[in-house]
Design a protein around this ligand. Structure first.
Ligand code: KG4
Ligand code: ZN
Length: 340
């Protein structure tokens, strides 16, 4: 079964065709991230306008020489959560295609779908996740933990009580004067930390690990932003805010965020006696995060290009949670919940 999926929840316009939830037939992503780099963050109106510009060329390139009416069995589209203007572009386009072809649409929750990038059989070395599994979605807007009893059974067990992990990376990068999106920029600065002149224990900056030791499976990252701002202001007062202290702060921030993510996830994995841990979302592309997990547990991480937003996992989710509906029943839901 071939599903054509559309994803437009934020600043990526994406479409993909996936066969039987596993095989990538085509995958096209257009991103307006470069445009948002200039403003240091996403301006929803600008993102939505770019979605309008990109959606038809992206779908056209995805379908290539296939026939939408003959070769595609069903459509899937992200209905939420996300930015309303951006979501509407993908949702209304999917409805138009359904009206045109008579095909059904599978409405998809973007956050849950991130985990299904782990079921795409990218290459020969692919290893199938074992159930029960634990899923950690770490993106720009979400940090959520799920128990996956089987491939189509997800139960939410915890999540962030304030900012998402990716949001903490993005906001702190901005405070440090680094580029957007902040995750890769912080990771690149943190990688310079190994140099000895930077790694000076006397000037080491320490950041908190909020709620790392409590009994919940929740996360809290907004305090880190305040802590980074406080450190930066202190450094500026003593004229010590420079390339070296930026690297130290970036390193410590990455350590703090990844420590919190790993501690809670591993504790949940032990409690629920899971057989594997699945990561998904843009922050799952962080090498330090996966390095820390690997020393603790057997994990599955999609390749970086499938961690960040694209439509492959939207189609995979739709295949494994196949509940197609008539186009009239599909609408954008910007505040769609993740507790299912
Ligand atoms: O899943 P995604 O592409 O979009 C959302 O659904 O939000 O995630 C984007 C987030 C951004 O906050 C970005 O800074 C973060 O993922 N990110 C990273 C890395 N690559 C992207 N964070 C840490 N390290 C990375 N290498
Ligand atoms: Zn996402």
């Amino acid at each position: 079964m071939k599903i054509l999926a559309i994803e437009s929840s934020c600043d990526e316009t994406a479409a993909a065709i996936i066969e039987d939830g596993r095989k990538i037939i085509s995958n096209v992503v257009a991103s307006s991230a470069a445009m948002h780099e200039k403003t240091g963050g996403i301006i929803p109106e600008m993102a939505a306008r770019q979605q309008v510009v990109s959606i038809i060329p992206v779908i056209n390139e995805t379908i290539k020489n296939l026939s939408l009416s003959r070769d595609i069995d069903a459509l899937a589209v992200t209905v939420g959560p996300g930015l309303i203007g951006s979501l509407l572009v993908g949702v209304e386009t999917a409805k138009a295609l359904a009206l045109l072809t008579g095909k059904k649409i599978v409405p998809v929750n973007h956050v849950l779908a991130h985990l299904y990038a782990n079921f795409l059989e990218e290459d020969k070395n692919y290893i199938k996740p074992q159930f029960p599994a634990l899923g950690l979605v770490v993106s720009g807007g979400h940090t959520e933990l799920f128990i996956m009893e089987k491939i189509n059974n997800l139960k939410w067990i915890g999540g962030t009580i304030d900012d998402a992990a990716g949001e903490a990376f993005d906001k702190c990068a901005r405070i440090l004067g680094l580029s957007f999106p902040g995750g890769p920029a912080i990771a690149a600065e943190a990688a310079k930390y190994a140099k000895s002149e930077i790694r000076n224990p006397k000037s080491e900056i320490k950041l908190p690990r909020p709620i790392i030791g409590d009994d919940s499976f929740n996360f809290s990252f907004s305090g880190l932003k305040t802590a980074v701002l406080r450190e930066v202001n202190k450094l500026k007062e003593t004229e010590q805010f420079n390339q070296i202290t930026i690297v130290q702060l970036a390193y410590e921030l990455q350590e703090a965020i990844t420590d919190c993510l790993v501690a809670k996830t591993v504790r949940a994995a032990e409690k629920y006696k899971v057989k594997s841990i699945l990561l998904g979302g843009g922050v799952a592309a962080n090498k330090r995060l996966t390095e820390k997990f690997k020393s603790e547990f057997r994990i599955h991480v999609p390749p970086p290009s499938l961690c960040t937003d694209n439509a492959t996992y939207i189609a995979a989710f739709a295949y494994y949670n196949y509940h197609p509906v008539d186009w009239k029943k599909v609408s954008a839901q910007p505040s769609l919940e993740v507790e299912v």
